[in-house]
Write a protein that binds this ligand. Structure first.
Ligand SMILES: [Zn+2]
Ligand SMILES: [Zn+2]
Length: 207
């Protein structure tokens, strides 16, 4: 495993220090070291990419409505939902290595590699105010709870769980069939608005 995963190509794991990475023009989330790597990943990434874009548009629209502004009432730092979503993406990227390691330990990947396809690490977070994060993206959120959950069980949880997990399984199938190894997932829940799942920042988010 590379020592840091925060700034690597989503297809080939080349690190941004070796080769500058370009963000996906669609969603601005996935990153690639080359056009070839972007093309290779597109089969798996395209649905998540479209859903990310739709979700961001929906958040921006919602923030401009009176109802949307009411939803922001409980957020720290006068954040809008769109800004909150942005912060979560930065926080996830900052902590990717730790999140992946936590995931491996939580689903006991050393005991059985098949656990990747049976469980995900569920992580619930809360946004922290300026007085706590002091402008550092790594401190934007505090973890409230984290535990492994069974994928089949969570398929019966309310939205957005089923589509999020189906998306993860799609990524797992595609990677395995291409011989690119197994994929373990973690899912971050920021109630009531956002769910983010890795690998690949292939996020599916719903309000
Ligand atoms: Zn690459
Ligand atoms: Zn994209």
């Amino acid at each position: 495993m590379p020592t840091t995963l925060e700034n690597r190509c989503d297809t080939c794991d080349v690190h941004g220090r070796r080769k500058p990475l370009q963000k996906c023009a669609g969603c601005g989330i996935s990153r690639y070291c080359s056009k070839e790597c972007q093309k290779k990943d597109w089969v798996v990434h395209k649905i998540a990419c479209q859903m990310n874009t739709l979700y961001v548009d929906m958040l921006k629209h919602q923030d401009s409505t009176p109802m949307g502004r009411m939803l922001c009432a409980g957020l720290p730092d006068d954040l809008t939902m769109h800004e909150l979503d942005n912060r979560l993406a930065k926080w996830v990227r900052f902590h990717t290595t730790n999140l992946v390691i936590a995931c491996f330990i939580a689903i006991r990947i050393n005991d059985d590699l098949d656990n990747c396809n049976k469980e995900v690490l569920y992580i619930s977070v809360r946004p922290r105010p300026q007085s706590e994060h002091e402008g550092y993206p790594g401190k934007y959120f505090a973890i409230k709870d984290a535990y492994p959950v069974n994928i089949q069980t969570t398929m019966h949880w309310p939205m957005p769980w089923p589509p999020t997990l189906l998306q993860l399984q799609e990524v797992q199938r595609a990677r395995e069939s291409e011989g690119r190894g197994r994929v373990a997932g973690y899912i971050i829940s920021l109630r009531p608005s956002t769910v983010d799942h890795s690998p690949n920042r292939e996020s599916i988010r719903h309000s």
